[in-house]
Design a protein around this ligand. Sequence first.
Ligand code: GZL
Length: 322
Amino acid sequence: MKLATRLASGLIAAAAAFSFAAGVAHAEDKQITLGFAQVGAESAWRTANTVSVKAAAKEAGINLKFSDAQQKQENQIKAIRSYIAQKVDVIAFSPVVESGWEPVLQEAKRAKIPVILTDRNIDVKDQSLYVTMIGSDFMEEGRRAGKWLEDHYKNNPGPINIVELQGTVGSAPANDRHAGLIEVIKNDPKFKIIASQSGDFTLAGGKQVMEAFAKTYGNKINVVYAHNDDMALGAIQAMEEAGMKPGKDVSVVSFDATKGGFEAMIAGKMNVDVECSPLLGPQLMSAVKDVVAGKQLPKRIVTNETVFPESVAAQVLPSRKY
Ligand code: GZL
């Protein structure tokens, strides 16, 4: 082969290699755009979760499009549709309820936009509609609360009457924190759930429901089982206004382990707080980058959590991040 031809083919090969490398580099450098459809701003937990997602996106150099659905599924669906129309790289959301997601997630699948679930799970047959679910095991949280009750009342023959303040109707945390409790106490007849009603995870909702329970059941109530701290704090207000002593005459069991929950335990008004971490931002951004890079992800990424009895609240509170 003549020298000129060899030189030309060498230059062409070099140019091709350079443009491929540039292309890959460009692909690696192209800023990722994430569309995130948040549930709302219903609780201290949710506020901390939003702060975590936004801070982690900034830290990761990810362009975040964020929407607040005000706890309405139709708003989350609208937000997801708008992210599809904007051709974002990845969609993530915390499903306000477990059902009703197939149509919009099939649209995302057809648009070849990967979907990541955070915080709450969905109930779908087609598991290919989302890449992974990052969040707590709410059944285990319910079991932990049930085990605390079993231990706290082990020398008490009962009856132990429980009133339950449930979270948002149809949501994974409400369904599973209830189911986890039942799994533990179902074979112990001294425990009875005498009333159960949704306070929608809000302080006002918890207070309103507890006012009605206090009127109806009064001193028959031994335990308030609140699916989150905001409802527990509302219930504490209602009990005090009704002349009851939360944390003393009535055991208060709650979830989230927010600062408000720790402060209530230190004040002797809450007895145990089952941790549910909202700090999911860093894990979410790492998963987003992995998905864009074409890496395989486990279908379920469970956050590690524990249980805080009132006895440790004062010592632990300074180290809490939310
Ligand atoms: C749990 C989360 C729940 C919290 C509430 O992961 O979905 O929603 O327990 C929040 O405080 O409103």
